[in-house]
Ligand binder design. Structure first.
Ligand code: KG4
Ligand code: ZN
Length: 340
């Protein structure tokens, strides 16, 4: 499958994305973030779907323009089939079908999480399996064993909130905007991470699963005890402590996974992988263990369509017209290349 010129579409949450990718080379990648959700303090599914509808065609046209290609030069369509917001996914899937069907092009329904893993297959400096991949985003947190290009095995995942979700909820309690990750990171620079005690979640759990809801509850209680003014005064310390606790758990589980099995390389994916203290801590860990660390550019950590094309180029395409009744899935179900 490698080498095909693929137009990929990703609309699983609040970013409308299209990319043209050939093999592991990105010819263009366009991401239109729906800033409208900032005013609601979170993604509103119905609003996201309606904005995808408005943005999808201009974003696709922009991706083709930037690649210097017309639709006639595209060999296959790749699209995120799930998991994600069902209405949002259906906009991308319908657009992909509508472009592919009249041209009798094959369609490759792709798993969003396989996409985050596959971002590492792309240039520059593509990473070959096997590797251990920590994916932490607003919707998912998992440790994935990537043994070949075609899928991954989940070694551990969150039992409640995703890491990014916990970050966003904490940031909201501190009066920061949405999404809260970058603002929390910035504020934390001025704070003392040890000023408040946050529980080290899952530290006694021998497995590789994550849990962030206890941390969030701890922050609620600390804020309640401090009162409104106290929170304002100690905002930076709270941000530093809360961020350190989340990063601490992610790194603790990664350390445990490296102790359980030999891995030649570690990779990060998802929006939380943009977090500088996390990147620094994982860099130190990998140096200590003598393991190669692959850090994709931040534009490939957060949601994008190039990663969907990367996963699709290792997934069996569905020839026309077999995909016309193919459906999106919000969770649970998987495309053939998804988690095992
Ligand atoms: O992968 P992504 O763009 O979308 C999802 O699939 O969810 O991840 C978004 C998440 C948000 O929770 C956001 O707050 C978090 O990634 N994030 C960060 C940073 N940049 C984005 N978290 C911590 N530090 C950052 N610098
Ligand atoms: Zn994502």
């Amino acid at each position: 499958m490698t080498g095909m010129r693929v137009l990929a579409i990703e609309t699983s949450c609040d970013d409308t994305c299209a990319a043209v990718v050939e093999g592991n080379r990105i010819l263009s990648s366009v991401i239109s973030s729906q800033r409208i959700h900032e005013r609601y303090g979170g993604v509103v599914p119905e609003v996201a779907s309606r904005h995808h509808l408005e943005l999808i065609l201009p974003v696709i046209e922009d991706a083709l323009d930037r690649a210097g290609l017309s639709l006639d030069e595209i060999e296959a369509l790749a699209v995120t089939a799930g998991p994600g917001l069902i209405g949002a996914l259906l906009v991308g899937l319908s657009a992909a079908k509508a472009i592919a069907a009249p041209r009798r092009l094959p369609l490759i329904p792709t798993d969003h999480l396989h996409g985050h893993v596959a971002a590492n297959f792309l240039e520059p400096d593509p990473l070959e399996p096997p590797f251990l991949c920590l994916v932490a985003s607003g919707g998912h947190t998992m440790l994935a064993a990537v043994r070949d290009h075609g899928g991954f095995e989940i070694l551990g995942e969150t039992l409640d909130d995703a890491a990014g979700e916990a970050i966003d909820k904490g940031a909201r309690m501190l009066g920061l905007g949405f999404p809260g990750g970058p603002a929390l990171q910035q504020l934390a620079v001025e704070g003392d991470p040890d000023a408040f005690e946050f529980p080290v979640a899952m530290s006694r759990d021998p497995g590789l699963d994550f849990s962030f809801s206890g941390l969030k509850t701890a922050l609620v209680y600390i804020c309640r005890d401090l009162g409104e003014e106290g929170v304002l005064e100690r905002k930076a310390d709270l941000a530093a402590g809360y961020q350190a606790a989340i990063v601490g758990q992610l790194v603790a589980k990664l350390t445990r996974a490296l102790a359980l099995e030999d891995w030649p390389a570690v990779a990060l994916g998802g929006g939380v992988a943009a977090n500088l203290p996390l990147r620094a801590a994982v860099t130190r860990l990998c140096e200590e263990k003598g393991v190669r660390l692959k850090l994709v550019p931040i534009s490939l950590c957060t949601d994008n369509a190039a990663m969907i094309a990367a996963a699709a180029s290792h997934t069996e395409p569905i020839p026309w017209p077999g995909y016309l009744d193919f459906d999106a899935f919000s969770s649970g179900g998987r495309t053939s290349a998804g988690a095992t």
